[in-house]
Design a protein. Structure first.
Length: 356
């Protein structure tokens, strides 16, 4: 009975608010349910966002991993293919070398607009036509030089020996200017003031020999050598021979090379020491030694006439005789002739010029 009365009275809040509408509890429960639904909806929405972000992150990670493995697989396959190709190519290096040389030959032929540019022979007739027209008094030496170059060996070692002013440097200059493969010409001054160390000279020549071309013939001029440098000639020649590949005469894997050593002898010495210097250079191993003879008055006068024509100058007999009297032809040859012609000569428009 007491319990029933308590139910009728309701909660203390109901007892305190006897005037509230009878369905207020229903409204309160409804509001609570709405708030609950909103909280659940908000929580579910946040969870959905977190799930979506997590799914997107996992998808991006998987995509990156897939991309990484794709590139890794591609790189691995490329490496395997490269190794597979390199093994037979390494075993057939001659094939690769031949291909590169054929490509280079075709390229040079196109650049120079000349068929068989790399395989063409040296035009000795034209070359020595220029030499004989401009080098005074050395016909025997030039003939010997032509015979040496005509042999067309894979490796040619030639030494030009003589005192100053007799045509050695002029010969070498004309060879360089009219050489068929100008891009293959190298010149090195052995006893230059900047190249005092002999070890440095030899190392420089060694580096030059490492960059020889397969197209045409290579020309290396080692100028300004003294008789005391004779021991370097066989050393350089041995370096060339030992580094050359073991090829047959008709093989394409060959580098043709001509080395010209230019020895300047001191003519201020007495005849006996000079002859001793000259004799010491006559037996250089594997080398064609060409001696340039010493000039006299006759050769000096030819030099004066030749230089006057080149400079378009005229000289009277008095000036010519004075030049001859003041020159030490035996020591300096024609070394100072051009300078004196330019100083004492008079311009002329009637002189027939013959360019070197």
């Amino acid at each position: 009975m007491a319990i029933a009365d308590k139910r009728q009275l309701g909660t203390p809040e109901e007892a305190k608010a006897p005037n509230m509408p009878p369905n207020w509890r229903l409204e309160q429960q409804k509001q609570w349910c709405e708030r609950r639904m909103r909280r659940l909806y908000t929580a579910d929405k946040r969870a959905a966002k977190r799930h979506s972000a997590l799914h997107l992150m996992r998808a991006m990670t998987a995509r990156k991993r897939h991309k990484f493995f794709s590139w890794y697989s591609l790189g691995l396959l490329t490496l395997v293919a490269a190794i597979s190709l390199c093994i037979p190519l390494y075993r057939n290096r001659s094939v690769v070398s031949k291909f590169k040389q054929m490509y280079s030959s075709q390229y040079q032929a196109i650049v120079h607009n000349k068929q068989n540019y790399c395989e063409s022979a040296m035009p000795l007739d034209d070359l020595f036509g220029h030499l004989h027209a401009n080098v005074i008094g050395q016909d025997a030496a030039l003939k010997q030089l032509e015979q040496a170059l005509a042999q067309q060996n894979h490796f040619q070692s030639i030494a030009l020996v003589g005192s100053s002013g007799i045509g050695k440097s002029l010969t070498v200059r004309l060879l360089r200017e009219h050489f068929p493969w100008l891009e293959n010409v190298r010149t090195y001054a052995w006893n230059d003031q900047y190249n005092r160390l002999e070890e440095g000279n030899f190392e420089t020549v060694r580096r030059l020999l490492e960059n020889l071309a397969h197209c045409g013939r290579n020309l290396l001029v080692i100028d300004n050598m003294a008789s005391s440098d004779a021991s370097f000639v066989p050393a350089i020649n041995e370096l060339v021979i030992s580094s050359a590949p073991n090829v047959t005469k008709n093989s394409s894997d060959v580098q043709l090379l001509t080395i010209i050593y230019v020895f300047n002898l001191n003519r201020m010495l007495l005849d006996e020491p000079y002859e001793h210097q000259l004799k010491a250079l006559q037996h250089l191993p594997n080398t064609t030694v060409i001696n340039y003879r010493t000039f006299g008055c006759r050769e000096f006068m030819k030099c004066v006439s030749h230089e006057a024509k080149l400079a378009r100058m005229q000289l009277d007999e008095r000036v010519t005789q004075e030049m001859l009297d003041t020159a030490d032809v035996k020591v300096s040859g024609c070394k100072t002739v051009r300078a004196k012609v330019l100083i004492y000569g008079k311009l002329s428009d009637d002189v027939d010029i013959k360019q070197p």
